[in-house]
Design a protein around this ligand. Structure first.
Ligand code: GRF
Length: 205
């Protein structure tokens, strides 16, 4: 079985990266992580990659003139590693349109809210401040907007009356760690079909 080559972009602690690394470490998983790139030198995600024996690349934004140049650098690293699917896992930069087009239909992101509710930063806080009773996580394709692409998988969690941003985030994170590897698996198996805004996931045969 040839495994789908995944590149993960991460800026921070990398717990979603870890969930993907753990899943891909199983022999029967149809994808493998071939490179992890971060825009932050001290990102724990880079340590996690190194521990898993995966090339970990720090791409310093200061070495590039602007966002367009940075994204070209990013594209080059991903191409060098022959990446077939790009997974954003807490990557704190908005990708430029040419980058998104270069990997059209091959970039996934995880967002800690039930999109289209609460896109952008601090989604869990937005949910608490709005007073929703149900929150959750979304894996979606990345298009040229912010958290606007077609939705692949979602999972919901209850919001409790005494929730803090931390307690709600922790409950959502459990679902994130389950959803993201599952979305990668389905994509790798060719079971994810996009038609306009909508995604159809082929059932298991
Ligand atoms: C997660 O909550 C994810 O949904 C959001 O950023 C956070 C990243 O966490 N996009 P981690 O670095 O994967 O632990």
């Amino acid at each position: 079985m040839s495994r789908l080559r995944v590149g993960v972009l991460a800026s921070g602690r990398g717990s979603n990266l870890q969930a993907i690394l753990d899943a891909t470490s199983r022999e029967d998983f149809p994808a493998c992580v071939v490179v992890v790139v971060s825009d932050r030198e001290r990102a724990a995600a880079l340590d996690r990659a190194a521990r898993a024996g995966v090339p970990a690349v720090f791409l310093n934004p200061k070495d590039f003139a602007d966002r367009a140049a940075y994204d070209l650098g990013l594209e080059q690293v991903l191409r060098e590693h022959r990446v077939e699917l790009v997974c954003l896992a807490g990557f704190m930069r908005i990708l430029t349109a040419p980058f998104v087009r270069a990997f059209a239909g091959r970039i996934l992101n995880i967002h800690p809210a039930l999109l289209p509710a609460f896109p952008g930063l601090d989604a869990q806080r937005q949910a608490l401040e709005y007073g929703v009773r149900v929150a959750g996580a979304t894996v979606h394709f990345v298009d040229e907007g912010v958290d606007t692409g077609p939705i692949v998988l979602q999972a919901s969690v209850p919001v409790h009356h005494d929730d803090t941003e931390e307690s709600l985030s922790a409950r959502i994170l459990v679902e994130e760690h389950r959803l993201y590897p599952e979305a990668v698996r389905l994509f790798a198996l060719g079971r994810v079909h996009v038609a306009g805004r909508c995604v159809r996931v082929e059932p298991e045969r």
